[in-house]
Write a protein that binds this ligand. Structure first.
Ligand SMILES: CC1=C(CCC(=O)O)c2cc3nc(cc4[nH]c(cc5[nH]c(cc1n2)c(C)c5CCC(=O)O)c(CCC(=O)O)c4C)C(CCC(=O)O)=C3C
Ligand SMILES: [Fe+2]
Length: 387
């Protein structure tokens, strides 16, 4: 069979609009060290101006050294980049995909410069955080603004940059997480599976940052950060109940607390929670890292090493479920979200897929969304100084 134009769309009618007006997708992530010599400069990049105590930095440095100074996050981004490219090529979405990081090579500014040199003018960004918060959303937008400003100061014309909506409640995120929980349950001894509690975990953030997360109308107790996690956790717990026929109790707990001890951060910590579960007589628990999209260092160290040791000391059987990684449903969701946003930008009214009680998240962060302690320019939002 000769398939000379497999991507041309239906024989009659106009060719599919696809991802127009976008001419590139940018995968924007955190970055991590790739060898022992990278660890200290990486941590300096992460914590510059963030007021993290020195003892905490030394401790986190040790976590990385225990793993040879290598974070798995960059390889995970490389795999996601490849998986999204394959998804686009298999579905005839003609959109090049680039990758840049906030804190390590490939640095965002270098990636955006390459994109400009390749003639990209209209960029859509996917960040590797599914939720609203300063750290997971606005800080990336500040990084974009800094990078665009750097290009401008080099005499380059910055491209127009948008950011995809939060995807915590997309079925392509929820379903793989639920499958992971079902798989993790089967790792527990058969006698404790039905009684196992689901401990959904995410990155702790300062309570003040949680309370002001999301658009101003969602500010208040825990803000959009907590509300979005609770919605996602409930959806996963419900899917697990349907698949296993067992209704399990669940809670949202926090991990990886940083910052000075006098500033309140979201609690309870996952390790304290495991102890409380043991004290209440729970027979087992599954830790579900619903706050993350890959099994990076916060998962490998804080859950698989630290929390697992805590559970062993308590005599509480635990399993840890997988993150979405490159699950095909997740890459398909990325394609859907890209095509949806492109259609919106063309003035169409695409279907906006979302589960749960909160509905599809905003496409453009409004003024006052996830405010910073010290205001800085942020791109890809209503308050962007860039056109
Ligand atoms: C909400 C959130 C996410 C999820 C959303 C997202 O994914 O973006 C996230 C992800 C990550 N955090 C990571 C690493 C670190 N985070 C730190 C510090 C901090 N994180 C914070 C929040 C978050 N962090 C906050 C409020 C701080 C305090 C300092 C500050 O206010 O900025 C520090 C400094 C040491 C410490 O204090 O722990 C490190 C090394 C890695 C890389 C892992 C790897 O290498 O595999 C990833 C994916
Ligand atoms: Fe972090």
């Amino acid at each position: 069979m000769s398939d000379a134009f497999p991507a041309a769309g239906p024989a009659d009618g106009p060719p599919p609009a696809g991802a127009r007006p976008y001419d590139a997708l940018l995968l924007l992530s955190f970055g991590g060290p790739e060898g022992p010599d990278d660890v200290v400069p990486f941590l300096e990049n992460v914590t510059r101006g963030r007021g993290i105590p020195r003892e905490r930095l030394a401790e986190v440095g040790e976590h990385y050294f225990q793993f040879g100074g290598v974070s798995p996050i960059n390889d995970q981004c490389r795999r996601l980049l490849e998986a999204v490219r394959e998804e686009f090529s298999a579905t005839a979405v003609d959109l090049p995909v680039y990758w840049g990081n906030r804190n390590w090579k490939p640095y965002l500014t270098d990636t955006l410069r390459e994109m400009v040199h390749d003639g990209r003018r209209r960029v859509l960004t996917l960040v590797t955080s599914a939720y609203a918060s300063y750290s997971g959303c606005r800080q990336y937008r500040e990084n974009l603004a800094e990078a665009l400003e750097a290009l401008r100061s080099e005499g380059l014309e910055p491209p127009r940059v948008d950011k995809l909506r939060h995807y915590f409640n997309h079925p392509g995120f929820i379903e793989p997480v639920a499958d992971g929980v079902v798989a993790a349950l089967s790792e527990l001894p058969p006698g404790v599976r039905d009684g196992a509690r689901l401990a959904f975990t995410t990155h702790s953030i300062p309570v003040s940052a949680a309370d002001t997360s999301g658009p101003p109308e969602s500010h208040g107790d825990g803000g959009a950060y907590v509300a979005q996690h609770l919605d996602a956790a409930r959806l996963v717990a419900e899917a697990v109940r349907e698949r296993t026929g067992v209704d399990r109790e669940w809670e949202l707990v926090y991990q990886s607390r940083s910052g000075p001890p006098q500033i309140p951060w979201l609690e309870p910590d996952v390790c304290d929670h495991l102890e409380a579960l043991r004290d209440k007589g729970a027979p087992a628990a599954v830790m579900v890292p619903i706050g993350f999209v890959s099994d990076h260092m916060e998962v490998l160290y804080d859950l698989d090493t630290e929390a697992a040791a805590k559970a062993a000391g308590l005599g509480l059987p635990v399993a840890r479920s997988a993150t979405v990684g490159t699950d095909p449903r997740f890459t398909a969701a990325i394609r859907e979200l890209v095509l949806e946003r492109a259609a919106l930008e063309r003035g169409a009214q695409p279907e906006r897929c979302a589960m749960g009680m909160l509905g599809p998240s905003h496409d453009v962060c409004p003024v006052g969304c996830c405010p910073a302690r010290a205001p800085k320019p942020a791109a890809a939002g209503a308050d962007s100084p860039f056109p």
